[in-house]
Design a protein. Structure first.
Length: 334
C-alpha cells in the first residue's frame, strides 16, 4: 500500500510517500523558520497561510521524484493533533479532499505517535516493547511502548518541556531564533564546569520533569555576569549539561522500572549531539540498547506521519472522509 503523509502541525510543511513493502519512497520538507524569525517566534496565522501554499506543490514534487501519480496513492495520513489549530486544519482539509477525490481511505495521526515511531523507519528498527523518550518543543515524556497504539505514560513534564526551555533560555541569553539549535551550538563552544546549574527533579523518585526552574536559574546567573561571548557559551554549556543529565538519568530509571532494555529517543531535542553521545555511552556501559531516528526525521516531517498512518491503517478502520483536528490530545488516550 502506498500512503501519502501530510504534516502541518506547526511551522514545517512535510509530505512523504511510504510503501508498506518498499519503505519510504520520497519525502520533502519546507521550514518556515526564515519567515517567523522576523517576529522572534511562530505566528500561527502566517504558519497556516504558508502551509496552504506549500502542501500541494510539495506533493507534486514527491510524486514526480517517486515516479508516481495521484492515482497510485492508496491511503492518506495527516496530522490530526496536537498542534496549532489553524495549521492542523490545512493538512486535515487537504488530505480529506484528496482522499474523497481519489476514493481512498484517510486517517488522522497523533503527531507524537509519528515521532515515537520514526526510529522504525531505520534499517535496524527497535522491537517492541521499548521505553520512549519524547523530547520536543512542546513535550517531554517517557512512555512504555508495547505495540502500535499501546502507549503508557511513565512520566512527563510538569511545566516547560525540554525544547521550550532551550528556546526560552536562548532568548534570555540574547541568541537568535530559533533559539534551541543556536543555544546547542554555543554550548559546544562552552567550558564545562565553569558554571553549575540545578538538576530539577533529578532525585524526585518519579519519572516526571520540570525545567522552568532551570530557566529561572539561568536568568539569575546571567544577571550576575558580564555577558561576553565566552560567558554566554559557558552558561549555555551549563544549561545543556543540566538538561542532558536529567533526561539521561530519568530514561535509565524508566528502563529499570519497566525491566526493559531498549530505549527510543525521538523529537526535536533528540537531535541534540550531547544528549545522543551521553545516552549512547550510558547504553554501552549499562547494557541497554538505544535507538534514534535520522536527524532529518527528528524535527516535524511527513515521513513519520506516512509511516504511522500506514501502521494505523493495519490496526484501525478509517472513518470515511470526515475530518477533525485536536490541538490538545493526550498520546496515552489513543
Amino acid at each position: 500500500m502506498l500512503v501519502l503523509g501530510i504534516e502541518t502541525s506547526c511551522d514545517e510543511t512535510g509530505v512523504a510517500l511510504y510503501h508498506t513493502e518498499r519503505g519510504l519512497v520520497a519525502h520533502a520538507l519546507h521550514s518556515q523558520v526564515a519567515m517567523h524569525a522576523e517576529y522572534g517566534g511562530v505566528v500561527p496565522e502566517l504558519a497556516s497561510r504558508d502551509h496552504i501554499r506549500r502542501v500541494l506543490p510539495l506533493t507534486r514534487q514527491i510524486l514526480k521524484e517517486a515516479g508516481c501519480t495521484l492515482g497510485d496513492i492508496e491511503a492518506i495520513a495527516y496530522t490530526e493533533g496536537p498542534g496549532l489549530a489553524g495549521a492542523l486544519l490545512v493538512g486535515a482539509s487537504i488530505a480529506t479532499s484528496l482522499g474523497f477525490a481519489l476514493k481512498v481511505p484517510v486517517i488522522g495521526v497523533h503527531h507524537l505517535e509519528g515521532h515515537l515511531l520514526a526510529p522504525l523507519l531505520e534499517p535496524n528498527p527497535p522491537e517492541f516493547p521499548f521505553v520512549a523518550l519524547l523530547v520536543s518543543g512542546g513535550h517531554s515524556q517517557l512512555m512504555r511502548v508495547s505495540g502500535i497504539g499501546e502507549y503508557e505514560t511513565l512520566g512527563e513534564t510538569l511545566d516547560d518541556a525540554a525544547g521550550e526551555a532551550f528556546d526560552k533560555t536562548a532568548k534570555l541569553l540574547g541568541l537568535g531564533y530559533p533559539g534551541g539549535p543556536e543555544l546547542s551550538l554555543r554550548a559546544g563552544q562552552g567550558v564545562a564546569g565553569r558554571f553549575k546549574l540545578p538538576r530539577p527533579m533529578l532525585n524526585s523518585g518519579d519519572l516526571n520533569f520540570s525545567f522552568s526552574g532551570l530557566k529561572t536559574a539561568v536568568l539569575t546567573l546571567a544577571r550576575q555576569q558580564t555577558l561576553d561571548q565566552q560567558t554566554i557559551a559557558d552558561i549555555a554549556r551549563a544549561f545543556q549539561d543540566a538538561i542532558v543529565e536529567v533526561l539521561a538519568v530519568k530514561s535509565q530509571a524508566a528502563l529499570r522500572q519497566t525491566g526493559l532494555s531498549r530505549l527510543v529517543v525521538a523529537g526535536g531535542v533528540g537531535a541534540n549531539r550531547q544528549l545522543r553521545e551521553t545516552l549512547s555511552a550510558n547504553a554501552q556501559r549499562r547494557g541497554f540498547e538505544v535507538y534514534y531516528p535520522k536527524l532529518e526525521f527528528c524535527t516535524d516531517n511527513g515521513a513519520m506521519i506516512a509511516f504511522a498512518g500506514a501502521m494505523r491503517i493495519k490496526h484501525a478502520t478509517p472513518k470515511g472522509w470526515k475530518f477533525n483536528v485536536r490541538p490538545r490530545w493526550d498520546l496515552a488516550s489513543i
